[in-house]
Design a protein around this ligand. Structure first.
Ligand code: ZN
Length: 181
């Protein structure tokens, strides 16, 4: 069950679309309704509720709790991207996460309908060196994320990320993907 999907389903019904029951599951019927809504609204009909679709769908009634402090997208909190040096070398955010990357990550999350676990977001220079990151790693500027999707293989995650136009480095043995713009 997913409260955000429920809110989308309710909003779609109010606008005369047919996403099926308000069950919080983003199944084929809900996806079809999102596509129909996007088509009618002149949005890119990708069947996913990204930031733009969300704006048009909810208008002034944007679900407030989704945008409370520290929420970067419906499913991702800023905290999830904090530098993993745990305060040893920086205050956690030497850079902010790139918004386009977050939007694409949100789309992947909705496409897979699975949680995405972030193992590394922003990194400070010292931490980046410590974990063996390359010198000009995109992690330093918030333009990269390491993550995995429980229940999905790294190959499935890679495919979903590539569908969003992201560059992917596969860490098969470690079981995660490095995604960047
Ligand atoms: Zn740090």
């Amino acid at each position: 069950m997913d409260d955000f999907i429920k809110q989308c389903q309710t909003a779609l019904i109010e606008k005369g679309f047919e996403p099926g029951p308000v069950d919080g599951i983003c199944g084929p019927q809900t996806r079809q309704a999102i596509i129909a809504f996007q088509t009618r609204s002149g949005l890119e009909a990708d069947g996913m509720v990204g930031p733009l679709t969300m704006k048009v769908l909810f208008g002034n009634e944007l679900p407030i709790e989704i945008f409370d402090q520290g929420q970067l997208s419906p499913h991702f909190k800023r905290e999830e991207f904090r530098c993993c040096c745990q305060g040893r070398y920086c205050t956690g955010f030497p850079a902010e996460m790139n918004q386009l990357l977050i939007a694409k990550l949100e789309n992947i999350r909705c496409q897979l309908d699975s949680a995405i676990i972030v193992t590394s977001g922003v990194r400070c220079v010292i931490r980046n060196r410590e974990v063996g990151g390359i010198e000009n790693s995109r992690h330093l500027s918030g333009g990269a994320v390491d993550c995995y999707a429980p229940g999905f293989s790294v190959y499935q995650l890679k495919q979903a990320a590539e569908n969003q136009g992201l560059c992917v480095i596969l860490y098969e043995e470690q079981g995660f993907c490095h995604l960047q713009l």
